[in-house]
Design a protein around this ligand. Structure first.
Ligand SMILES: C[S@@+](CC[C@H](N)C(=O)[O-])C[C@H]1O[C@@H](n2cnc3c(N)ncnc32)[C@H](O)[C@@H]1O
Length: 188
């Protein structure tokens, strides 16, 4: 096993199920996702990557916004996430969703696939932010966008990791998330 693979921690199945249950409760008590994603400016025909999609609470909404001409890749390292999203895809007849099981920090999507990559409530848990952010840049179009949030870490930490990587420029900051553009000039 490579050194990179040992940096990846996949949560136990019981933990994933518990997380999915708690998300369902939270979304029932305090529905905020639809309002939140209005700020993401996802448009019909776009290609969106929901990176670390978990139980797909954002994925299905992205799929409806991107429409038949768009595409949503739901990437996760957990097999249960892929199973749940596949079920939601079938139940909702959302043919534009493609679940992808990542292998470590490699998601196997071609270079420059995405108009928008969303990494929500997951960046704080990434052990090798540099490697992770490099992969996100690889799959994002040169004029594409990364939408990333803090999760369980301070904003200053999120920004520090982004800036230290040299792969992204922060172009907008709200209480909820940061919007970033791929950076290609760090070695210039
Ligand atoms: C807290 S959940 C958030 C799920 C979803 N983004 C949401 O906000 O509802 C974090 C998810 O990120 C996934 N994850 C963690 N590290 C990952 C990695 N390196 N690549 C892809 N997914 C990862 C976990 O398996 C988990 O499903």
């Amino acid at each position: 096993m490579s050194g990179r693979k040992t940096e990846i921690e996949i949560m136990p199945n019981w933990s994933f199920r518990m997380m999915a249950f708690l998300f369902r409760c939270r979304d029932f008590i305090c529905p905020y996702i639809d309002r939140r994603i209005e700020q993401f400016e996802i448009k019909e025909g776009m290609t969106v990557v929901d990176y670390g999609c978990g139980p797909g609470r954002y994925t299905t909404r992205f799929a409806r916004l991107a429409g038949d001409k768009g595409k949503v890749y739901a990437v996760d390292i957990h097999k249960l996430a892929i199973d749940v999203v596949t079920r939601k895809k079938e139940k909702g007849h959302l043919e534009n969703i493609e679940p992808i099981l990542a292998n470590g920090y490699d998601c196997s999507l071609p270079d420059h696939t995405a108009d928008i990559v969303c990494a929500l409530d997951m960046f704080f848990a990434i052990k090798n932010p540099g490697r992770f952010l490099e992969e996100l840049r690889r799959i994002t179009k040169p004029d594409g966008l990364l939408i990333i949030d803090d999760g369980h870490q301070r904003r200053s930490k999120t920004k520090q990791k982004l800036l230290n990587s040299g792969y992204w420029d922060i172009i907008e900051e709200t209480r909820d998330h940061l919007k970033c553009r791929p950076r290609y000039k760090q070695n210039a």
